[in-house]
Design a protein around this ligand. Sequence first.
Ligand code: FES
Length: 113
Amino acid sequence: MTQIVVLPHGELCPDGAVIEAAPGQSVCDALLENDIEIEHACEKSCACTTCHVVVREGFSSLEPAEDLEEDLLDKAWGLEPCSRLSCQAKVGETPLVIEIPRYTVNMVGEGKR
Ligand code: FES
């Protein structure tokens, strides 16, 4: 199992958390399994940005994002160079430190479907 340190988030995880994920599992699924209810408005189909996380450590160990993910990330609130969509980022063998941004932009809203 691979360790993921989740930095504190006011609503989802006020004290931060340290969780374990199976390699190959998405970061989003790992969070949800550990009762950190990150938004995932498009049901993890790479069609929104609500599952955006910033990977503070271990970013370079992840498989690079596909073009679609990159395009969506451009629209995410609080984009950083080490931002990923957590439903698309698969955990590897390297421990990660992630931060859940304070806000999300729900791209699945009106007129987008
Ligand atoms: S849940 Fe929509 S892109 Fe991840």
